[in-house]
Design a protein around this ligand. Sequence first.
Ligand SMILES: [Zn+2]
Ligand SMILES: [Zn+2]
Length: 116
Amino acid sequence: MAHEDYDNDEFYFYAKELSECCGARSMIVRSREGGFVTKNCIACGTPSYIKADDFPDIRCNVCQKLYVIQKHDGTNYYFVCTTCDAAAKVADVVPEWSEKFRRHGIAAFGDDLPNS
Ligand SMILES: [Zn+2]
Ligand SMILES: [Zn+2]
């Protein structure tokens, strides 16, 4: 499977911190249904958990102010514009991990790890 077709309508966000494993950029991806997101090393695909302050600076396309990263619903990360009172679920705007990384999965906190 080729993965060069990056020119579609999805957004690609990269974590501020480089991956611990390879020192490469980490793409923020949707890990599973329900809004859980991880950052996956683009060099080797290893996923890791992402913290709010590791999200890139993204501006609201309406008012151009920086989005705040918040767990708006208490569980999942959202890009929140406090000026426009708008929120976008991060998981809704990033690609699913399995579309880009087929070798690794990651379990959400509290989930049982699947038997491999
Ligand atoms: Zn890596
Ligand atoms: Zn705004």
